[in-house]
Design a protein around this ligand. Structure first.
Ligand code: DGP
Length: 124
């Protein structure tokens, strides 16, 4: 099984400039912008510009330049958003069980309030 990238996903449209976004950072290989439906005072999405569906797809296929640029972009966003003082959370949902809505890799950078437990405990 291999991932198949959907060129019509909403983040592909953002990257093509077909849909506006509130850009936080743009680098050669990455883009960071504010989530349209923020779940915390800071809620930024960091995406690679390349056609990667999710984190493992990217990690297995991206060039070293893309990987370095992307990780550094996350770091830059953390710095510019000032998340170091009180902490933050990175989330990257994938696939059905990960409840990924947009099939283009994105890391959520969440901060600005206590974020609760990482996962709700499953009922026993
Ligand atoms: P996920 O469930 O991990 O695939 O998260 C997708 C996120 O994308 C969700 O938090 C809402 C956000 N989102 C959906 N459509 C748009 C959009 O058009 N613009 C922006 N900025 N964010 C969007």
């Amino acid at each position: 099984m291999g991932y198949v990238y959907d060129e019509q996903n909403i983040f592909a449209k953002i990257l093509r400039g077909e849909i506006p976004n509130n850009t936080v950072l743009e680098t050669e290989h990455s883009l960071a912008f504010r989530d349209l439906y923020p779940q915390a005072p800071t809620h930024v999405l960091v995406i690679p510009k390349g056609p990667y569906v999710c984190f493992d797809h990217f990690a297995q296929n991206a060039s070293e330049a893309e990987v370095i640029d992307y990780v550094r972009a996350v770091g830059e966003v953390c710095k510019s958003e000032g998340v170091e003082a009180d902490g933050f959370r990175l989330i990257s949902n994938a696939g059905k069980d990960g409840v990924q809505e947009v099939p283009h890799l994105h890391v959520h950078v969440l901060a600005g309030r206590p974020l609760g437990r990482m996962l709700a405990r499953a009922p026993e």
